[in-house]
Design a protein around this ligand. Structure first.
Ligand code: NAD
Ligand code: DAU
Length: 350
């Protein structure tokens, strides 16, 4: 039995995680705490919002008084910490927002858990969801392992690295039962269209330019979001306390090849002439400090806990495009209002 505080459960990964736990573990109670920033959307949770083991609280993880009140009321036995500012480009224009939520917010959650749990730590889990970006940037060869030295290079990855260090410090100093996972790039339904894949899907639908930073040679290792939350479920239940697990797709694509694959599949699905979407590709000024390559070695997770990705990329991308084509209302809703201002400011150069 668990009563779990999920933070950031109205976001992309958090909503898939909340859905998995609410449906798979009807005996658990799930409380979703989310500030509902531009990235948080309760529409992502429509199918579980009335489940008897689920409830939502609108609030900020930096609000320690609120966290203490929630721990006192619900007596959480576990935390699944997803809430974060997550977009690298936004961290370049507004780094302090990332320090505030990702560092101070994680610190506040750790303090609330430590104070609430005291010495009664049996069966408790503080699970911190983190990113492969903390390891920095790879050259053409090699993979990130759990022992790769941290070398974050953007305000986003530096704030996530800080939060990972804080979580480990609470394990070593106070024996707080923590688990950490560092995952590669996710894709799938409910992904906010500021990130490369949903942004390009949205722009292809609307015949708008597809902005490729630099030469499009940067490499990312893509994983279907449902495979990520399955890995979190496995680590949460079977991973060792105090340990870190890397999660990845063994699925590297240059940005240019990835966008071309999106164009190919979407031309077919939209009944457009072959090659027509590729004409939308537009090279724009590179991201400042753009990390060249991320690639995860997930063999620890495979060997110790038996997790493997379930979907081939072409199949995952096909499912993802279908979801966006079938959920145009969701896409229209999140791209109305403030999104237009964000897009016009970020992509002035296109
Ligand atoms: P997201 O931006 O889609 O969602 C973040 C959620 O956190 C939103 O619902 C937002 O409202 C909420 N939030 C933000 N600030 C908050 C605050 N101060 N208090 C409470 N809630 C707040 O992010 P995502 O892509 O789903 O990422 C979730 C987590 O997974 C993050 O910690 C991120 O670093 C990590 N991660 C993401 C990826 C990826 O490819 N998206 C890969 C690896 C790790
Ligand atoms: O690796 C995990 C990380 O993946 C997560 O921790 C982050 O939260 C998540 O946002 C993601 O970061 P990236 O910066 O890799 O993802 P993004 O979709 O923003 O960009 C993917 C690649 O595409 C990257 O090399 C930059 C490039 N890009 C991105 C955008 C938005 C473009 O070429 N054009 C664009 O318009």
């Amino acid at each position: 039995m668990h009563t779990i505080l999920i933070t950031g459960g109205a976001g992309f990964i958090g909503s898939h995680l909340a859905r998995l736990f609410v449906i798979k573990y009807p005996e658990y109670k799930i409380v979703n705490l989310d500030k509902l920033t531009y990235a948080g959307n309760l529409e992502n949770l429509k199918d579980i919002e009335t489940a008897s083991n689920y409830s939502f609280v609108k609030g900020d993880i930096t609000d320690l008084a609120l966290l203490k009140e929630l721990f006192a009321t619900h007596q959480f036995t576990a935390v699944l910490h997803c809430a974060a500012e997550s977009h690298v480009d936004r961290s370049i224009t507004d780094p302090l927002a990332f320090v505030t939520t990702n560092v101070l917010g994680t610190g506040a959650l750790l303090v609330a858990a430590k104070e609430s749990w005291g010495n009664d730590l049996a069966g408790k889990v503080f699970y911190h969801i983190s990113t492969d970006e903390v390891y920095g940037s790879l050259g053409a060869e090699g993979f990130f392992t759990e022992s790769t030295a941290y070398d974050p290079r953007s305000p986003y990855s530096a704030s996530k690295a800080s939060s990972d260090h804080l979580v480990r410090a609470f394990y070593h100093t106070y024996h707080l039962p923590v688990k950490i996972s560092n995952c590669s790039n996710n894709y799938g339904p409910f992904h906010f269209p500021e990130k490369l894949i949903p942004l390009c899907i949205h722009n292809i639908i609307n015949n708008k330019p597809l902005p490729i930073y630099g030469k499009g040679e940067n490499v990312r290792d893509w994983l279907y979001v449902e495979d990520h939350v399955r890995a979190i479920d496995t680590i949460f239940h079977n991973g060792k306390v105090g340990e870190t697990y890397n999660i990845g797709g063994h699925n590297e694509w240059t940005n240019l090849n990835l966008v071309k694959e999106l164009c190919r599949q979407m031309d077919e699905k939209l009944g457009r002439e072959k090659g027509s979407s590729e004409k939308l590709i537009t090279y724009v000024t590179d991201r400042a400090g753009h990390d060249l390559r991320y690639a995860i070695d997930a063999s620890k997770l495979k060997n110790e806990l038996g997790w493997l990705p379930s979907l081939q990329f072409e199949e995952g991308i096909s499912k993802t495009i279908d979801w966006y084509l079938n959920n145009k209302e969701w896409l229209d809703d999140v791209t109305s209002g403030g999104y237009q201002l964000y897009y016009d400011t970020m992509y002035r150069k296109v």
